[in-house]
Write a protein that binds this ligand. Structure first.
Ligand SMILES: [Zn+2]
Ligand SMILES: [Zn+2]
Length: 234
């Protein structure tokens, strides 16, 4: 079985991670969260040697993750996928915060996914894991076979997602992380929406925020939230 490859570009003023995910030798590639720049993402896809984008997966609706989605769809012809409970946020410029990053917009995904839905894309088998808390329809994309979880703004390396935006909930966020992410094998690689990659085992050991009660977390999460800067393909 071909090895899974993951490349990253950091985009937007928030330092949002866009991931390029593919199997070695495959003819198409999956883009997870195209940041705020569809042109750059499409150029990267070609630089990586691909003509075809199999799908554009969105972990949630915030503008720093989705601003490039429509342009990338136009350039590549690929469909946009998101969790069904995120539709309200995608469509509403106030709720998706798009105005913070450029002209405000709202849009629909082409296909809405539900919790535990499984699908194959570019030769990769994904499972959708609904992880509300940062937003109500936030989700992770899990490749159990290779041990990779693309987890958006739910959990970061030694931090967790903010819960002070529309539909955010510290108690739901902690439940999602504890019950749906920390229960995965310890060697599962976590690729977050911001910052460096980590693993389930590392976060179990070192992520102090996971020990907090949710009311403490809603106070502290905002302060611990970390951004990285720059625009690099690595
Ligand atoms: Zn977000
Ligand atoms: Zn984000």
């Amino acid at each position: 079985m071909a090895e899974l490859k993951v490349k990253r570009r950091v985009l937007s003023a928030c330092g949002t991670n866009c991931y390029y995910v593919y199997k070695e030798g495959a003819s198409d590639i999956v883009v997870i969260d195209p940041g705020d720049n569809g042109e750059t993402v499409y150029e990267d896809v070609k630089t990586l040697g691909f003509d075809k984008v199999a799908g554009i997966l969105l972990t949630h609706g915030h503008g720093d993750h989705t601003g490039g989605a429509l342009k990338l769809k136009e350039l590549s012809g690929a469909k946009i996928y998101a969790h069904e409970e995120e539709a309200e946020i995608l469509k509403d410029p106030q709720k998706n915060l798009s105005g913070w990053f450029g002209p405000a917009y709202g849009f629909e995904a082409d296909e809405y996914l539900h919790d535990r839905q499984e699908f194959d894309m570019a030769g990769i088998h994904f499972q959708v894991i609904h992880t509300p808390g940062h937003t109500k329809g936030g989700c992770c994309f899990y490749d159990a076979e290779d041990g990779y979880l693309f987890c958006g703004d739910t959990i970061f390396n030694c931090s967790v997602g903010r819960t002070d935006f529309y539909s955010g909930s510290a108690s739901k966020l902690l439940n999602s992380i504890r019950e749906k992410i920390m229960t995965l094998p310890d060697d599962t690689r976590l690729y977050s929406g911001h910052g460096e990659k980590t693993t389930v085992g590392y976060e179990k050991k070192y992520n102090l925020l996971l020990c907090l009660q949710s009311d403490f977390l809603s106070f502290y999460a905002k302060r611990f939230y970390r951004f990285t800067a720059g625009s690099i393909l690595s």
